[in-house]
Design a protein around this ligand. Structure first.
Ligand SMILES: Cc1cc2nc3c(=O)[nH]c(=O)nc-3n(C[C@H](O)[C@H](O)[C@H](O)COP(=O)(O)O)c2cc1C
Length: 126
């Protein structure tokens, strides 16, 4: 499973590097890249002006049809605003919100995401 992510400070980058999955980091330089394989989006939480590169990415070509869901990174100190970027993306594009984690994720978060990916890959191979 391809993990498509963005990272400003580096937490999300550190999180995705805990897996052996192929990675695609989105920035302003490549946010209109078209992919032809299933992927999960992993997004930290910032104001829309910062994260709209992920909207650009998902709206490019047929990317939306390949997106299996969204995982959010954030900080629980933001209370009701915890992981709102991932929640908004899931809502706006009718995608499942698969998981939320804080900062660079814990061992539990890593295991949970591995389970989710395994489940998605099994579902899709039938
Ligand atoms: C300016 C700023 C605003 C943030 N706003 C939120 C927020 O509203 N909700 C949230 O859950 N986390 C918020 N965060 C926390 C980041 O989403 C979190 O630290 C994340 O791990 C950063 O990912 P990155 O290091 O990959 O950029 C904010 C962080 C900063 C610096």
């Amino acid at each position: 499973m391809l993990l498509v992510y963005m990272s400003i400070v580096g937490n999300t980058r550190r999180f995705v590097n805990k897996f052996d999955y192929p990675l695609l980091e989105i920035s302003e330089a490549n946010c209109f890249t078209e992919v032809d394989q299933d992927f999960i989006m992993i997004v930290p939480t910032y104001e829309i002006e910062v994260t709209d590169i992920m909207n650009d990415f998902i709206e490019t070509g047929a990317n939306l049809t390949h997106c299996q869901g969204v995982i959010g990174g954030g900080n629980r100190n933001f209370n009701d605003l915890f992981c709102f970027t991932a929640k908004d993306l899931a809502l706006d594009y009718d995608l499942p919100l698969l998981h939320e984690f804080e900062f660079m994720g814990s061992v539990n978060d890593v295991n949970k995401v591995k389970e989710i990916v395994k489940h998605l890959e099994n579902t899709h191979s039938v």
